[in-house]
Design a binder for this molecule. Sequence first.
Ligand SMILES: NC(=O)c1ccc[n+]([C@@H]2O[C@H](COP(=O)([O-])OP(=O)(O)OC[C@H]3O[C@@H](n4cnc5c(N)ncnc54)[C@H](OP(=O)(O)O)[C@@H]3O)[C@@H](O)[C@H]2O)c1
Length: 275
Amino acid sequence: MRVLVIGGTGKTGSAVARGLRAHGETPVIASRRPSGPDQVHFDWADPGTHDAALRGIDAAYLVAPALVRDPAPRMVPFIDRALARGARRFALLSSSAIDASMPGVGAVHAALAARAPEWTVLRPSWFMQNFSDPQHALGRELRDERTIASSTGDGRIGFIDAEDIAAVAVATLLAPANAALVLTGPEALSYADAAAILSRVLGEAVVHRALTRAAWEAHVIASGMPADYAALLGALEQAIAGGAEDRVTDEVLRRTGRAPRSFEAFARAAFAAAP
Ligand SMILES: NC(=O)c1ccc[n+]([C@@H]2O[C@H](COP(=O)([O-])OP(=O)(O)OC[C@H]3O[C@@H](n4cnc5c(N)ncnc54)[C@H](OP(=O)(O)O)[C@@H]3O)[C@@H](O)[C@H]2O)c1
């Protein structure tokens, strides 16, 4: 099976490509800056790159373009084009906060469920890697200031390791669920809980800064996030404060046969050796 892995240079996609190779499948990594023989030029914003990327493709892992509030006008026509060219199987990376009734990636979810013969929508909770990714405001602040800013109050989140999301993606590219799966880690934690675990692992105090929604949005905009995307995430932060993400599911274990990694295990792997 030749699988186009959109986002294949990113956190989940690179692990999806590795996992597919381990199962003897052939990932074709889509990137705006391709390098190497297993990569193909692909840009959601440039439909002129789409047909060539789809050549000989049986299945696709779909990651939305970064920081675009409504990616559906780019992604839905691409799915139609992929189906017309013979691709049958799709795994879409969405979010635990987004279902098929919502605009944006929710509309892509709805289109996939209606049109694709074999599909899975992955709805993961917030990624543990946000804490270790220097591209992410959270990761940068933790690294530089040992602080974590949120407007989620005491609200808890079922943080999940990107490797566990990728493992489910691989499992469902091999055996589609024809369903949407809410994916979480093994426990729901507040950002204050996460700060306590990180303090222990790092051996120095990590402080959770509890901001208002407006202050948090201003904070992430100042760190470079587009204002409309910050507003979208600000609404999600508010929903978390109200308990919307306070849950865990058993989908990682069910789909992969292994339990999801805990936040503490993630933190030890990501930070124990850090200076
Ligand atoms: N972080 C979280 O807590 C969280 C939670 C739930 C859902 N999500 C969702 O996860 C997704 C991000 O996944 P990730 O963390 O695996 O990726 P990532 O590490 O953020 O990397 C982004 C990937 O998307 C590709 N990309 C970005 N813009 C593109 C464009 N215009 N055309 C083609 N490719 C593009 C990049 O490829 P190149 O740079 O090589 O082109 C890169 O491989 C987002 O849709 C986000 O909403 C995140």
